[in-house]
Design a protein around this ligand. Structure first.
Ligand SMILES: O=C(O)COP(=O)(O)O
Ligand SMILES: [Mg+2]
Length: 227
């Protein structure tokens, strides 16, 4: 059984506005300046803790791990209470997930978002029902770009690595897929400081209605083929 392993933020869901709102509540409550959305877009992808650290760096605030803990806890509380104010699946996501399920694919989420945020968000957007496994940034001891959460998602979905494909929006996802030994399709509408095309994913799509063709192309390549 092959698995389609999806990243969440910037891939399945457009979540930037809610992430920006929460980060800026955390920043301003702590007495720091709010950060413009276009700059925060480059800071997402490694989970909320790293987002906060990058936000402090942006404001040139020196920090230690001890400084991060209360800000992270504020972030979790505020974001959990405002997780889907503006966040929505990208256009075509629901139709694509339904098609893949009907075709017999197993589906998994592998995100660096904390599990306690990921599960409620999927539920709130009525997406949870499509996935055989959901892995968050804190589900395993290490997060993407390590291979372990990708392999864990595939295993928990009841699938096997050979034939599985990752779909993501950032260099973190592309590296995670490479480390996990599976091909990767990048969406070009997500959150990344570098254009994903420059990171050499196997395919790039600009809309979810292009995903089925990209998956079909990669699926016809033998999983053990070398190129
Ligand atoms: O919350 C983040 O920073 C990243 O989440 P993602 O792995 O779903 O892109
Ligand atoms: Mg992402």
């Amino acid at each position: 059984m092959s698995v389609l392993v999806f990243d969440l933020d910037g891939t399945l869901v457009s979540s930037m506005e809610d992430l920006v709102a929460t980060l800026n509540v955390v920043m301003t409550t702590a007495g720091h300046s709010a950060i413009p959305q276009e700059d925060i877009a480059h800071m997402v992808g490694m989970g909320a803790k790293v987002l906060i650290q990058r936000g402090l760096d942006y404001n040139a605030i020196p920090w230690t791990e001890d400084d991060i803990a209360p800000l992270f806890s504020h972030f979790l509380d505020h974001y959990a209470a405002n997780i889907a104010v503006r966040t929505r699946p990208f256009e075509g996501v629901v139709a694509a997930l339904e098609t893949f399920r009907n075709e017999g694919w197993k589906l998994a989420v592998c995100t660096n978002k904390a599990e306690r945020l990921t599960l409620p968000l999927l539920k709130e957007l009525d997406l949870g029902k499509y996935f055989d496994a959901v892995v968050g940034g804190d589900t395993f001891a290490v997060s993407k770009p390590h291979a372990e959460p990708v392999h864990g998602a595939i295993e928990r979905a009841g699938g096997q690595v050979a034939g599985s494909i990752m779909i993501g929006d950032s260099g973190t996802d592309i590296s995670a897929a490479r480390n996990a030994g599976i091909p990767v399709i990048a969406v070009d509408f997500g959150y990344t400081p570098v254009p994903v095309r420059d990171l050499a994913p196997d395919r790039v799509i600009s809309h979810f209605n292009e995903l089925a063709a990209a998956v079909a192309e990669l699926s016809t390549q033998r999983p053990d083929a070398t190129d």
